[in-house]
Ligand binder design. Sequence first.
Ligand code: ZN
Ligand code: ZN
Length: 72
Amino acid sequence: MTEAQEKRKAKRRSKRGTVCHCCGKTLTFCWSCRCGFAICQECMYENEWGMTCNGITWQCPDCSAQNGFGNQ
Ligand SMILES: [Zn+2]
Ligand SMILES: [Zn+2]
């Protein structure tokens, strides 16, 4: 591998992202809890029936805290 390729790869790795605790993918946006739990939009949609009961807040499966959908 050339030095240029090495640099490009390092740059991509350092790009900010959040790892979804559900599917393990790194995404630019995840719903996150103050305890550190994060879930992507896709997994949130799939697990909506178990995460929210009113569509306004979702409950963190790790610490049971209520998190709002609108404040981030
Ligand atoms: Zn996910
Ligand atoms: Zn939590």
